[in-house]
Design a protein around this ligand. Sequence first.
Ligand SMILES: NC(=O)c1ccc[n+]([C@@H]2O[C@H](COP(=O)([O-])OP(=O)(O)OC[C@H]3O[C@@H](n4cnc5c(N)ncnc54)[C@H](O)[C@@H]3O)[C@@H](O)[C@H]2O)c1
Length: 330
Amino acid sequence: MSEIATAGEVWTLVTGGAGFIGSHTVDALIEAGERVVVFDDFSTGSRLNLSRWAGCERLRTIEADVCDGLFAPLLHAFEGQTPRIHKIIHLAAQTSVVNSMRNPLQDIRNNYIGTAHVLEFARATSVGSVVFSSSSSVYCGDNTFPIAEDATQLPVSPYAVNKLACEHLIRMYAQSYGLRATILRFFNVFGPRQRASNPYSGVISIFCERAMHNQPLTIHGDGSQTRDFVFVTDVATAICAAAMSAGARGAIINIGTGSETRILDLATTIIDIAGARSEIRFAARQLGSIDRSVAAIDRARALLGFRPKIDLRRGIEATLAWRTALPEAA
Ligand SMILES: NC(=O)c1ccc[n+]([C@@H]2O[C@H](COP(=O)([O-])OP(=O)(O)OC[C@H]3O[C@@H](n4cnc5c(N)ncnc54)[C@H](O)[C@@H]3O)[C@@H](O)[C@H]2O)c1
């Protein structure tokens, strides 16, 4: 593909920018004075997540599917000129592991082919840096803890296979075409704007939603399994740092807190903070569920200066406060 000329002001492109992590990233970028193009098909994202920036000239929103390519929608939105995109933060994805098990082809299209289109755009327009949202699901359950980036990878779902395949594709683009990219592997992200509308949403969003209505919290298994919950604004800070940092180019970096929480303790903490009368129920363990998950974050500290600021308790308080303020639970 020959190089494509770009013109005008410099923009940061955020695919999936209307989603949970994406909209917090957009907040951070605009607060830092950047011009931002959100590229989102609104399959799970919402315009409400960006409503605080309504009328802001430094935000443009394009409703389109990354799998159909980025050139035509961008040309259309910028009146026939390809804008100068200096950074791409690629968050658009089909994000449900369960959906990926039910429909692997759809996951391959959305996550692998979608990423290939983003990389082709970056190659043709010589984008300065790309940040890719990978996942802790690429690791296997038998690793030593905390999990470092060089731990064994053995993805067990189409979602995780496609995330790892995208990582390889990005590395190949870096080697062969000089793409400057950073791969972030998120652990369990939580916070305001995370949907609780289906049973496979983040466990904190579901537990908060149920506790607010004094409904039972269902734990799959005995609750001794652990996860590393990282608050969404800390993740947005890490994403922005990765997009800026030349020292992080070519790196794969875990984004978590380094602390692990038992799911049973999570449930009792949420009930306590919400002042709820919810009971805790136990159900069969979910297939493929792992016992432990906690990130080694030394690399994030060293390369991104990453220091998670919001602990679990404060994060749950913020999530509950956001849910309480919603006209109807999202
Ligand atoms: N939330 C987590 O705990 C977590 C953990 C690991 C990795 N991730 C990754 O982080 C990224 C963001 O996840 P999230 O939790 O904010 O989910 P989300 O569903 O809120 O955000 C995804 C966004 O991408 C958009 N989108 C989906 N397919 C698209 C397509 N083909 N074209 C354009 N837009 C599309 C959706 O409308 C949505 O706005 C994803 O890549 C996800 O795999 C999230």
